[in-house]
Structures are given as C-alpha cells and as structure tokens.
Ligand binder design. Structure first.
Ligand code: ASP
Length: 601
C-alpha cells in the first residue's frame, strides 16, 4: 500500500493520525537543517517536515531530495507551528511529520522548472509528459474528461448509440488533404484516414441505427494554426427522421449539460438564430462575435444617387456601401490606421476610407463629396458623436462585409471591447449557401460538403443552374465568435445525390468508383437524415478559457505537425517500405548512395 490519503485531503481534524502519502517533491526548502517538502500529487499539496532532532536518519535522507523525486512518506499529521499556517492551501493548517521516507525514484536534472513560464514551445513539447504535471494541464485534462462524459451521458439519455467507424477508410476528393496509409496486402493501394466519419454515419442511417454518435478521431493534412491539429476529435452525431429544429434542440441540450458538468454554468437555451446573410451582413462574419456592438450599417439607399464616385460606382455595379462606427476611436495612431488599411487591402478592398470626429468636425478627405442629406443619414444611422471613427467599405457584398468584419474584430481587440470574459454568447447561423464558385478550381465547390441538402424552396434554382443562389439546409453553432460545430440535413435520394456530384464536376465514372457504395445504399431505402459535428478540442478549449487547442490535448503536434516527444514522423526501415511495395523517392536513393543530385536545369 502506497498511501492512505491524497495530498489534498488532510485537515485539522486529522491531527494525530498516522498516514501514508505518495507523490512528487514539488519544492524542498532547507531552513537551518529542517527540511520542508511540498509533496504533490494530482490532487494538491501537503507540507512534510523533516526535523533532525526528531528523526536524524530520515532527515539525513530528506537532505538528498530534489524537485520531482518520487517519494512515499509514512508519519503523523501535526498542527503547523502557530503563525506559519498557509491560508492559500486547503491543507495549510497541517503538516506531516514522517517516521519513514521511501525514495521511489529519483528525478534527473530537470529540462525546465514547472513553476515558471517557459516560452520555448518546442522544449515543452519535447518533454510533454513532464510539462503535463503543471496544474493547468491537470485541470484541463479533467475538464475534458468531464465534458466528454457529460456528452456521452446526455446522448445516451436521448437514445443515441455510440458506434465506432473505421480509421482505415477511403480517400474522397472533397475537403482537406488526406493522410494515406499504404496497404501491404493489396500492393499499390491506399487507405485514407477519415477526415470525418461523414459517409459512415450516413450509411448507419441507411442501416436503421436512427440515432448515432461517436467521439470520433478525425485526420486532416492541412497547414496548422493555433487552433488546428492534424488529428483532432469531434462529437459526431447523425439522426434519422429529423429536421433542423430537432438537431438544434439536441445540440443545445447537450451543450447545456456539458457546460453544467464541466463548469457548473447554466447556459441560456434556445440559442438565437441568424441566417448566413444576416450574420455576414450585420457582423461581417459567418461566425459573429456579438459580445460587442459595432454592427455593419448599410448605406446603399442613402448613397445610391451620390456624387461621391467611389460609393456610387460600387452601388451601380451591384455592390454595397457599408460602414461601422468605432466609438471613441478617433484618436487612433497612424500605425493603427495603417494596420486597418492593410487589413482592408488583404481582404480585397482597394483602400479604406474613414472619418474621424474630432473637435466637433468630421475630419476626412471624402466628407466634402457628401450632400447634406447623406451626412444626415450617416449621422442618424451610425449615431455619430464626438470621438467616433467611422470606417467605410464600398465593394461587392462579400468583400465589403468581410473587410469591415475583420476590421471590427481587430478594433475590438485594440479597444478591449469584450469586458466580461465569462460571457457565453451562443448562436446558430443557418441557411448557408450550398455552393461556391472556385476561380482557382474553375468549378463549383460544396460550401459544407457534397452530401448537404439544398433547401426545398431553392430546388428550382438547382434546375435553373443558378448554383450560387441555392441555400443549403446547413447550420453552424457559434460561441463567442468561434465556430464550435456545423452540420446539415443530407441528401437521401440517389438521383439528387448523383446530380450534386455532377454539379461538383465529378464525372460519371468517378462518381461510381468513389461514391458508388453510397449511391447504391441510397437505393435500398435510405431514411431522411441529418446531423452535426462539434469540435471537441475547440469546445474544451473555450470551457477551459485557453487560447490554443494544444492546451487541451495530452500529446499535440507542433506547428510543423511533428510530435517532438516521440520524434514522429520518423524514418522507417527500408524493409518496411519493401513490404508495402513503396519505393523510396529518387532523392532519398541518391542521398543513401551518397551521390550528388544532378544539377538543376
Ligand atoms: N462531417 C461534417 C464535418 O466534419 C459535419 C457534419 O456534417 O455532420 O464538418
């Protein structure tokens, strides 16, 4: 037996008890021969005192202890000397006076100190198992467990069945790049790791499962950002005979029980809903952060006959004129205004027009082009006051909204407009466009994925080939400006699905070779169905108040997709490659034979 208590449980009422504790030496202090150890386990800290006059042998041993040694102590709980209690610790009234010390394992020189902030991310990831001893991670991993458990419990209560789907699956052309796994038994062929269990969950609906979920690992070979990882986890859900309202209610109930279980927070349901057009039109984003105002105001009506060419020109060519009012930001620096102009240009605007309201004057080179009526419209629609900064975008709807949306977010950071960090603003964004023209691919792409259902009332637009105008039965759930999940009602009719693949530019032969199984399944009695997937990592990140999903994953990859701890990806034995019928790339062969590569031509 190693222990009778954990390091967070002894109190005054335990004084006099004989106890056993085990854990890590958190810190060790030598006060004139008396050794004080903060003994740590995952629950907390308990002070252990070794006094030479009480037990010289044990105190001598304690002298050799260093941070992160693993020890067991057996001894008595005693009151701390009056005046030395630590009110910050729940165990701060007591200490343990050991009669025995067992050193279970020594720690070598430490790669870094756990109680200091280390900015070298690569070093921390190399020693991830060590870094994970920080209380922040212990807490995050537990919150993640609680969130996952609450999810499972809630969905179980709603009659959902957790079904595992294959990790070795098939590559399909939509979405991100696949991770491929070569097959040994079928030389020259490859599995793909699932980007999401989308097709499997739909096939489970054909199978009559009706209510499916999975805490599912997904893999996407993308360039990484702070909130992206090559492998991540989704709460994946699919149900038959449902409408969007059913998915909304289910997701809201699930999120309510997750926040309750993990943080003890009651969240307000049902969530507000905004259509995609409203969200982008008002906030310049399909994942609007509504915790501050600064909404986009439409000025199309007011400037349609304007003599200011820039605005008039945008409107005449079917675009929009929109503006935001950054209250009290007229005093921005030149550096800040350059940065905002840079943002505008990066997102497709030709420049950024703005008015500073200072000393009762509207300061801007464009004001002289405005009529009195136009000024009056600006004044009343934007509620212009002393100190305000009015920023304009006149362009195509998509560009003008995105530019102002990005600027709005940047200004909110600079002005620190989100004051209540505990505020949770959930909402649904609905009615996404079904298809988007890709100039790069020279074809229509699915905005969500190829299995998403067009809205019934927009079906005629499909026939009329007005692809850009079709709305989808697709929805995202957003929390504080972060998309935490998305889903859709699906196509369940084989003909419509085949038609959709055709619109996406997949030829008849490829449709059969890539999606034949799905089309065949839909011919055997497929129920209407729909679902959603929520990013568990992002959700837990928000629950924990972290900025990066790496902080809520036990063993994340770094921003080059590497596991620095195990040094993966790594080279493999040439024999393994031969078994997989894989020839090393020419460059490697040259490298191995030591020959120089031929000069570039
Ligand atoms: N499979 C989709 C995704 O991963 C979500 C869904 O439609 O359920 O984005």
């Amino acid at each position: 037996m190693y222990r009778t208590h954990d390091c967070n449980s002894l109190r005054k009422t335990d004084i006099g008890k004989q106890v056993m504790l085990a854990g890590w030496v958190h810190v060790s202090r030598d006060h004139g021969g008396v050794i004080f150890i903060d003994l740590r386990d995952r629950e907390g800290l308990t002070q252990v005192v070794f006094r030479p006059e009480e037990n010289a042998e044990v105190a001598k041993q304690a002298h050799t202890l260093r941070s992160e040694d693993v020890i067991q102590v057996i001894g008595k709980v005693a009151a701390r000397v009056p005046g030395t209690e630590n009110p910050k610790l729940v165990t701060g009234d007591i200490e343990v006076v050991p009669s025995e010390l067992h050193i279970l394992n020594r720690a070598d020189d430490l790669p870094f100190q756990l109680d200091t902030e280390i900015h070298n991310e690569d070093l921390r990831l190399t020693y991830r198992y060590f870094d994970l001893r920080r209380p922040q991670f212990a807490r995050n991993l537990r919150l993640r467990h609680k969130a996952t458990k609450a999810t499972r419990d809630f969905l179980d209560g709603e009659g959902f069945v957790e079904v595992e789907t294959p990790i070795l699956s098939k590559s399909t052309p939509e979405g991100a790049r696949d991770f491929l796994v070569p097959s040994r038994l079928v030389p020259g062929k490859f599995y793909a790791l699932p980007q999401a269990p989308q097709q499997y969950k739909q096939l489970l609906m054909v199978a009559g499962v009706e209510k499916y979920f999975q805490i599912a690992k997904c893999f996407r070979d993308e360039d990484l950002r702070a909130d992206r990882q090559p492998e991540f986890t989704q709460i994946d859900i699919e149900a038959s005979f449902v409408e969007p309202d059913d998915i909304y209610a289910l997701t809201e109930g699930m999120l309510a029980s997750v926040f309750k279980a993990a943080r003890g927070i009651e969240i307000k349901t049902p969530f507000d809903r905004l259509t995609y057009r409203e969200a982008v039109g008002r906030f310049g984003s399909d994942k609007p952060d509504r915790r501050f105002g600064m909404e986009l105001v439409d000025l199309g009506e007011d400037f349609k006959a304007s003599s200011f060419k820039v605005f008039r020109g945008a409107l005449d060519s079917g675009g929009v004129v929109k503006a935001i009012n950054a209250k009290g930001f007229a005093s921005l620096t030149i550096g800040q205004s350059d940065e905002l102009t840079e943002i505008a240009k990066n997102f497709g605007a030709k420049g950024l027009a703005f008015i500073k309201v200072e000393g009762g004057e509207w300061k801007s080179p464009i004001v002289k082009f405005f009529s009195d009526a136009e000024k009056a419209a600006l004044q009343s629609k934007l509620r212009v006051e002393e100190g305000d900064l009015i920023l304009f975008a006149a362009d195509k709807w998509a560009i003008a909204t995105e530019v102002l949306g990005r600027i709005r977010l940047r200004i909110s950071e600079v002005q620190k407009l989100v004051v209540d960090s505990d505020q949770l603003d959930f909402l649904w964004v609905t009615d996404f466009p079904l298809l988007q023209w890709s100039a790069e691919d020279n074809k229509w792409n699915a905005v969500h994925h190829p299995f998403t259902r067009p809205k019934a009332e927009d079906m005629p637009l499909l026939e009329a080939k007005k692809f850009g105008e079709i709305r989808a039965e697709a929805y995202d759930v957003v929390l504080n400006g972060v998309e935490i999940g998305g889903g859709s009602l699906r196509i369940h009719e084989p003909d419509l699905q085949d038609k959709m693949f055709e619109v996406l530019g997949i030829n008849a032969q490829d449709r059969q070779s890539m999606f034949g199984h799905l089309l065949k399944a839909f011919k055997l009695g497929a129920p209407p169905h729909g679902g959603i997937a929520l990013g568990l990592d992002r959700l837990v990140m928000l629950i924990c108040g972290e900025d990066s999903i790496r902080d809520v994953m036990a063993f994340p990859k770094n921003n080059r997709g590497m596991d620095l701890m195990s040094q993966s990806p790594a080279e493999v034995d040439p024999k393994q490659l031969r078994e997989l019928s894989i020839k090393p790339a020419a460059a490697d062969v040259r490298g191995q034979s030591g020959k120089e590569s031929p000069p570039k031509t």
